[in-house]
Design a protein around this ligand. Structure first.
Ligand SMILES: *Cc1c(COP(=O)(O)O)cnc(C)c1O
Length: 520
């Protein structure tokens, strides 16, 4: 075993990992990367098919990001945001605010424009303030604390703010973020530490009890036969909270696709409907775009007509790109939703450094203003808040994202992914193939005709990913769902190899066995 692998085995405890399994074999030790390729201590190369757990955007070792970091290193790596401002963090905050807003022209549910004073009109839709932290969990923790305190300050100190989030939701691992989540497997052990939040059905069309459609060889959203019962559930939850005299403080959601819940995509129109309902019942909207932000959810999945898209301000030196859909960088915008909190992390620095941001509105900010001795201060912060290296990488990444080359590459990659994924439908152990932009989830089942799931203990997803690794393609499953989330620089040939490895791995690991349902 390589010396570094030995040291790892001796001392490193890995996240979300059964360490007994880990210690059974030599780990892949990554030493370098370029573009979509990772290289290990033995000189073996792998494709990074999940963008290093959903963080990387433009590829590894990117010359522009490297240069920006070196420039910043020549000045300073870190000074504290407690008491001081700094150069790249101020610039990054301004840029994020610019990109996260645009003029949202909202379309109402029936397609007509919302009147400024109507129930569904967007109040406080402008995100003007940025609170920096270090990762997705802390970005959500900040949103949670701010929404909690804002609600108490606006509704009165006797209020007990309560949160509504989606079934299967994952919003991070700090205790607050875990409380917002509903993944039993991760969260049960800590239940004694958590506070109570409510959950409501998420629109998981493939396994929806209200979906009358038979299994078909197409994304379950497309063959869906239902009456939007999932939307009705949100309405019922909000109505019940109102009846109790305690409207939800906030509705917390991942827009367009829930990630760690199992890559669960939302049928077009769901997001707009449920956020209108929640807002109509006085709830703040907390959009967790830790995974979906920065162009991940793609261009084709933007569901608004061009006229209703937010206008993202563009620097004058950029050439005209033509299609405003291509400038949608946040999933909420794809359905014209303007959240009160926007949590960003994974892709914020292009996947280079741990940094996160929680964007919020002037109204929330103002509620924390007062004389010093009123102690309305937001008492929260981290040692590395507003870190210069992270901010410099973030600025460089945003510049790349806005460039024409990135828009073109993402457009092409999204189409390549869509085309390559089609091949998977011929595998009987592939139940659902769901793509939102540059994210795909492939749900493995015993037999697509019955949708019968593998028991988690069978490790079907893990074994398929291990077989992919043997073919030089690295990714990680969520349960029985294999995730493909390529860096934006992935070439057509690399994309083909990623899907090809998945195809072969499913055949090798699951195909040889008789599906239990067929044997019955
Ligand atoms: C990854 C993730 C988080 C947690 O982010 P960390 O950086 O791992 O703390 C929160 N929400 C979503 C949607 C995520 O995908």
């Amino acid at each position: 075993m390589h010396k570094l692998a030995q040291l790892d085995h001796a001392h490193v405890w890995h996240p979300f990992t059964q360490m007994r399994d880990w210690l059974r074999r030599e780990p892949i030790v990554i030493t370098s990367g370029r573009g979509a390729v990772l290289r290990d201590v033995h000189g073996r190369e792998y494709l990074d098919a999940n963008s290093s757990i959903w963080t990387n955007l433009h590829g590894h070792n990117h010359p522009k990001l490297n240069a920006a970091l070196k420039r910043q290193l020549g000045k300073i790596a870190h000074s504290s945001a407690l008491g001081f401002a700094n150069e790249p963090a101020s610039q990054l905050a301004a840029k994020l605010v610019e990109m996260a807003n645009g003029e949202l022209q909202m379309a109402n549910r029936d397609g007509t424009r919302a009147k400024a004073n109507s129930q569904f009109a967007i109040r406080n839709s402008q995100l003007t303030k940025v609170f920096f932290s270090d990762d997705g969990s802390t970005a959500m923790e900040v949103a949670l604390k701010l929404a909690y305190e804002f609600t108490r300050r606006t509704r009165g100190p006797q209020t007990k703010p309560r949160f509504l989030s989606l079934t299967g939701a994952y919003h991070g691992d700090t205790v607050g973020a875990v409380s917002l989540g509903h993944v039993d497997l991760f969260h049960k052990a800590f239940s004694g530490l958590l506070f109570k939040t409510d959950q409501v059905m998420s629109p998981y069309c493939y396994r929806c009890p209200f979906n009358k459609a038979k299994p078909e060889r197409t994304d379950a959203r497309e063959s869906r036969k239902c009456n939007w019962e999932c939307v009705g559930k949100v309405e019922a939850k909000c109505a019940a909270a109102r009846k109790r005299g305690n409207d939800y403080a906030a509705f917390v959601f991942e827009p367009l696709m829930q990630g760690a819940a199992g890559m669960i995509p939302q049928p077009a129109g769901w997001l707009k409907r449920v956020t209108d309902i929640a807002r109509g019942h006085g709830a703040l909207l907390v959009a967790d775009e830790v995974m979906t932000g920065f162009g991940r959810t793609g261009i084709a999945d933007c569901r608004l007509p061009i006229a209703d898209l937010p206008r993202v301000p563009r620097s004058p030196r950029q050439s005209e790109i033509g299609n405003r859909k291509s400038e949608i960088l946040f999933a909420s915008h794809a359905e014209g939703v303007a959240p009160d909190f926007l949590a960003l992390a994974k892709g914020l620095t292009g996947g280079y450094l741990p940094m996160a941001a929680t964007l919020t509105t002037q109204a929330v900010f103002d509620a924390f203003l007062g004389e010093y001795e009123e102690f309305k201060t937001f008492f929260h912060g981290h040692s590395f808040t507003g870190n210069q290296l992270g901010a410099a990488a973030g600025l460089a990444s945003l510049e790349l994202l806005a460039g024409e080359a990135s828009v073109k590459a993402r457009t092409r990659l999204e189409a390549d992914l869509r085309r390559e994924l089609k091949s998977l439908w011929s595998l009987p152990n592939v139940g659902d193939v769901r793509q939102v932009g540059l994210v795909a989830g492939v749900e493995l089942v015993r037999d697509w005709r019955t949708r019968e799931p593998f028991a988690l203990g069978e490790r079907a997803g893990i074994r398929v990913c291990e077989a992919m690794a043997r073919r030089g393609v690295l990714t990680r499953p969520v349960g029985n769902v294999v995730v493909l989330m390529p860096p934006y620089c992935t070439t057509r040939a690399q994309m083909r190899r990623m899907v090809g490895a998945l195809y072969e791995a499913v055949e090798e690991v699951l195909g040889a066995r008789t599906p239990m349902s067929a044997a019955r």
